[in-house]
Design a protein around this ligand. Structure first.
Ligand code: TRP
Length: 338
């Protein structure tokens, strides 16, 4: 029954292009969750103001991130897909939560300390209270599950603290939000340069974006580091080779992967061929998403409808929560005495 469905909420920053790491690490989970839960997926345009005060590109970025997510399978009819700035209740709840957040705990946040280091010229209060705004996003829908990566764990822990403080002070309104991942789907998406995750890579050539054209995909894959191949049967794989296999497992068929595994084991592998195969399978995977995203991005009317529909659903849920919040906080001066 609909009433019983757990509520899911996540935010997507409108900075940067979606890459393969985002797809397998996050978006694929959203697409699966929208079938099972009541989902709210939000473009965090207000959060972006903490680090990107110049809003010239904001509209383009919001449109792009929405288009890319829809192209990956997010369905505006199933989930609520909306913009943070369209739901004013977010700002109201953020204000109340700020009174429950201690400066000391905010200053200890890892992401805050990182940003202070990166932008010493713009250490604004919004940056400090970033986790408070994020908490408002989540609990505005009384969400229990938040599909996010490890880098957001601390923010979620803070969200639980704020929730518990609120509930303790004013009465039980909010469930505790927890990070959510499908256990069997914790895939690692390695970069093409053999170092670390695709998302963390500083090297643009090591990351495959869902907006990359076919030639660029081929070029990036062919540049991936390899060597002369194993000389002893069944040798362990060096990291950079293991990574190529890892990427292949994401987009190629099991037969293809098995063939190259066998070739590796018996030392007949030709990495040039393997990369050509991987490049073609990547192109087959990425190009339909890229083309779909482009088509959506060019259809401003459709994007407007998506955002309006998403905001409407989000506001409905937000309004109901805020009634409970104001009531619990005693900000309902016209209600009859209890
Ligand atoms: N802070 C998140 C990030 O950097 C984005 C975000 C904003 C978010 N609001 C959220 C994530 C609410 C989950 C829930 O990616």
């Amino acid at each position: 029954m609909d009433m019983q469905k757990k509520i899911v909420m996540s935010g997507i920053r409108p900075t940067g292009f979606l890459h393969l790491g985002n797809y397998f690490g996050a978006v694929k989970n959203y697409v699966r969750m929208q079938e099972e839960f009541e989902c709210y997926f939000m473009v965090a345009d207000l959060h972006s103001l903490t680090t990107h005060p110049d809003t010239k590109e904001l509209k383009t970025n919001v449109h792009r991130v929405l288009s890319e997510n829809i192209a990956c399978g997010l369905d505006p009819d199933k989930a609520s897909l909306y913009c943070q700035s369209h739901v004013y209740e977010t700002s109201e709840l953020y204000l109340y939560l700020n009174m429950l957040a201690y400066i000391g705990e905010l200053e200890k946040t890892v992401t805050f300390k990182d940003k202070v280091r990166q932008h010493p010229e713009n250490i604004n209060a919004g940056l400090l209270t970033y986790p408070v705004l994020q908490t408002a996003d989540i609990i505005l829908h009384r969400a229990s599950y938040v599909p996010v990566g490890k880098d957001q764990e601390q923010h979620l822990e803070m969200a639980r603290n704020f929730v518990n403080r609120f509930n303790h002070r004013y009465g039980d309104v909010f469930p505790e939000p927890h990070a959510f991942n499908y256990g069997d789907e914790l895939v690692k998406v390695p970069g093409l340069d053999g170092t670390g995750k695709m998302s963390k890579s500083e090297n643009q050539l090591a990351t495959l974006y869902l907006s990359d054209d076919d030639e660029l995909i081929r070029k990036k894959v062919m540049k991936a580091k390899t060597d002369n191949g194993p000389t002893e049967p069944n040798s362990p794989k060096p990291d950079y080779i293991d990574n190529i296999f890892g990427l292949m497992k994401l987009v190629s068929s099991a037969e293809v992967v098995n063939k190259f595994e066998r070739d590796y084991s018996n030392c007949t592998i030709r990495y040039g061929n393997m990369k050509k195969q991987l490049a073609e399978d990547m192109v087959t995977f990425i190009s339909p998403i890229r083309e779909k995203a482009e088509a959506i991005r060019n259809d401003e009317q459709y994007l407007k409808e998506v955002m309006e529909m998403g905001a409407e659903k989000a506001r409905k849920s937000a309004k109901a929560t805020m009634e409970l919040v104001r009531q619990a906080m005693g900000l309902n001066y016209f209600a009859p005495n209890p």
